[in-house]
Design a protein around this ligand. Structure first.
Ligand SMILES: NC(=O)c1ccc[n+]([C@@H]2O[C@H](COP(=O)([O-])OP(=O)(O)OC[C@H]3O[C@@H](n4cnc5c(N)ncnc54)[C@H](OP(=O)(O)O)[C@@H]3O)[C@@H](O)[C@H]2O)c1
Length: 230
């Protein structure tokens, strides 16, 4: 049975991706704050707030101790705060995005290396915001750009593993609805563009990403890949 490790399954893409993994016969190990009722008894789950970086390593250990091989690591958990100018965004707020979107993933990848767990494929969920630099995306853009580089750097060290940072396209999730679609479209032109662009449901996005997993391996390990361009 194939094994997948995933972060952030309380809502949106992560929750839908767990369903796709289960449908495809994977054994699922998940780290998140919330366990949706529908997964109770179906997956191995460790509750953790990824903002508490000091708890992340031991939570991964509780979940994976004794495992030797993980087929897929899906680093999905992410945080966006309401769009605003970077001038108006305090550093502590941007640090929170850095902790979840970047540093929690470092701790997790370090766990795999330290414990010599063979990982076949890593997909870290990035964003077009990592390269666009649109007005209002403050520390989220910075954190996702840093995530792209984090994955490239680990690809140099995890030579037996294939890694990509994947921009998943626009998905109608709480993150998009609460923080982007409700933002000021005059001040932040990307909001209007996003409103007018096609969006996937979390289920559609999860199915698409799952079906693309073999294809992602055709990119050089460590690459940033935008799903809309493949
Ligand atoms: N939606 C889009 O259009 C879009 C576009 C580009 C990239 N993305 C990326 O896609 C990924 C999934 O986001 P989404 O759109 O599905 O949004 P979402 O519904 O808000 O999901 C965020 C996920 O992250 C987890 N999470 C957040 N804070 C956490 C914390 N402190 N500790 C542990 N887990 C935490 C949540 O799980 P819990 O509920 O358990 O905390 C949830 O499953 C993110 O990395 C996001 O940046 C989304």
């Amino acid at each position: 049975m194939k094994k997948a490790f995933i972060t952030g399954i309380g809502s949106g893409l992560g929750k839908a991706f767990v369903n796709v993994l289960l449908k495809n016969g994977y054994s699922v190990y998940a780290l998140s704050r919330h366990l949706p009722d529908e997964f109770n008894g179906k997956i191995k789950f460790e509750k953790v707030d990824l903002l508490s970086l000091e708890n992340v390593y031991k939570s991964v250990d509780s979940l994976l101790r004794g495992e030797r091989v993980i087929d897929l690591v899906f680093l999905n958990a992410g945080m966006l705060t309401p769009l605003k100018d970077i001038h108006d965004t305090p550093i502590y707020e941007m640090n929170r995005m850095m902790d979840i979107n970047v540093w929690a993933n470092k701790v997790i990848l370090d766990y795999f290396i330290d414990n010599r767990i063979y990982v076949d494929q890593v997909v870290a969920v990035s964003s077009g915001a990592s390269v666009n630099g649109n007005r209002g995306w403050h520390g989220y853009s910075i954190s996702k750009a840093a995530l792209n580089m984090l994955i490239k750097l680990y690809s140099r060290e995890m030579t037996q593993t294939h890694l990509v940072a994947l921009a998943p396209g626009l998905i109608l999730t709480p993150m998009l609805q609460d923080f982007v679609l409700s933002a000021d479209e005059k001040k932040f032109p990307s909001v209007k563009r996003i409103k007018n662009s096609p969006k996937m449901t979390p289920e559609e996005a999860a199915e698409k990403i799952f079906s693309l997993l073999p294809h992602l391996k055709s990119f050089e390990s460590g690459s940033y890949v935008d799903i809309r361009k493949i």
